[in-house]
Write a protein that binds this ligand. Structure first.
Ligand code: BEZ
Length: 221
């Protein structure tokens, strides 16, 4: 007999998980039809907002637009999404430019069908069934899901933290080192702990790293 868990899993959409390929989609946006595949070779920050013409979302859009050139320098693109029409998106981004003087330079998915929102689990029914929560998906240049952040409707995101997260992931990929709490570029990095007793003995003798103990070693780039 099928277990309750298996029956539940069969009914639930399989939500993205860190380390899995990001779910593919094709969607209408303010820059025309876009497929996830179009971003292959580029890192992507895919983010959802609850609704156009709302104040917290407006502050976030301005902050994302201001971060866009920094992200581009990191081979990273931005793609927004909400359950609004493309006409609403066009009207809102024009309004933001006219009233706040900030041009929204990244595309925004018009997900009226909720297809992409459902595929990525952006709707949190306990919070709202008609709006996407403030979700952030960091997808790498191989289209692997690398990180996910979820914020509620009432809390605007920290865009500096999203830049820090992408920087940390790219630094880890480049150097095989991990990043400690509150890491910032220029800070020391964490050397992954040894996996064998022999490696532990070698690690404490390694003059290229600074060890507090065999499992806690850091390195400056
Ligand atoms: C806002 O963006 O201001 C907002 C959106 C949904 C709920 C609360 C605030």
């Amino acid at each position: 007999m099928e277990s309750l868990a298996a029956a539940h899993n069969a009914l639930m959409p399989r939500l993205p998980r860190i380390g899995d390929p990001a779910p593919q989609f094709e969607a209408p946006t303010t820059h025309g039809t876009i497929q996830l595949e179009d971003f292959k070779g580029t890192w992507l920050v895919l983010f959802s907002h609850p609704a156009d013409f709302t104040p917290v979302c407006t502050t976030e859009f301005i902050a994302f637009a201001e971060a866009h050139s920094t992200l581009k320098e990191m081979n990273t693109e931005l793609l927004g999404l909400s359950i609004d029409s493309v006409y609403s998106h066009i009207s809102w981004v024009r309004n933001v430019e006219e009233k706040m003087g900030v041009k929204i330079t990244f595309p925004v998915i018009a997900d009226l069908s909720k297809e992409v929102a459902t595929l990525y689990g952006m709707i949190m029914p306990g919070e709202s069934t008609t709006e996407t929560s403030r979700c952030v998906f960091v997808i790498d240049d191989q289209q692997i899901m690398r990180a996910m952040i979820y914020y509620p409707l009432t809390t605007g995101r920290n865009i500096d933290e999203i830049i820090r997260l992408v920087t940390a992931l790219q630094t880890t990929d480049q150097h095989g080192l991990a990043t400690p709490a509150n890491w910032r570029p220029g800070d020391r990095l964490i050397v992954p702990p040894p996996q064998t007793q022999e490696e532990a003995e070698e690690r404490v003798q390694d003059s290229s790293v600074e060890c507090t103990d065999w499992y806690f070693c850091t390195k400056k780039l």
